[in-house]
Design a protein around this ligand. Sequence first.
Ligand SMILES: Nc1ncnc2c1ncn2[C@@H]1O[C@H](COP(=O)(O)OP(=O)(O)O)[C@@H](O)[C@H]1O
Ligand SMILES: [Mg+2]
Length: 222
Amino acid sequence: MGDVIVVRDLVKRFNDRVEVLNGLAFSIAAGDFVAVYGKSGCGKTSLLNILGGLDRPTSGHVSIEGEDIVDMSEDDLARLRLNKVGFVFQDYNLLNNLTVRENIEMPLKFSGKADGDRVDYLQEIFGIGHVSNDTANRISGGEAQRTAIARAMMNEPSIILADEPTGNLDDENAENVMEMFQLARREFGTTIVLATHDSQLAKHASRAMHLRDGKINDETQR
Ligand SMILES: Nc1ncnc2c1ncn2[C@@H]1O[C@H](COP(=O)(O)OP(=O)(O)O)[C@@H](O)[C@H]1O
Ligand SMILES: [Mg+2]
């Protein structure tokens, strides 16, 4: 399979400050599980936001499945985010007074698809079927993050972008969430890009990129 994400000469500067990202270049193959790690403030969130079309680079080239996203219109970026990218965040971003099932179904409201069977299936493989009808404010952190992953998978994205997804979890639940990403990759061939400040956590990925001083500093392939 080819490269799902291609980045060249990527620069991101906020206001007139020094470059947060200073000429990054890398490609990510379809179905790979890549961890971007580095200390707080090194630019991980800035990078993921650009890859997911939530923010634009100062300069450089980014393509997703062969499509240049840097010069894309806002409408096309919204379509990209809805259909090709699933986002997972540290604080889950669930709607607390909706049930687990309703949270997972949420992307369907925007895509116009209807797929109850897929909800059932995702709940089953991510181990949250037993809390399907509980409101999100009543479930554990581990269950909440697994719900968020299921929601991110709902529209069959080719890419999951996960920003510090285990930051609020204890070690056991963190481990479990990493296994869920492995599962998503195995089951659906989803490409996973995970940002973490924790170099140990990065070892769960098949490839680890160290972001430092605005550059990809070194790379470990497993
Ligand atoms: N919207 C913004 N405006 C100004 N500075 C920002 C903005 N977002 C991030 N930064 C700065 O860019 C740097 C990288 O931030 P970020 O990408 O959030 O790093 P990380 O996710 O690795 O902690 C930090 O110095 C941060 O303060
Ligand atoms: Mg961050």
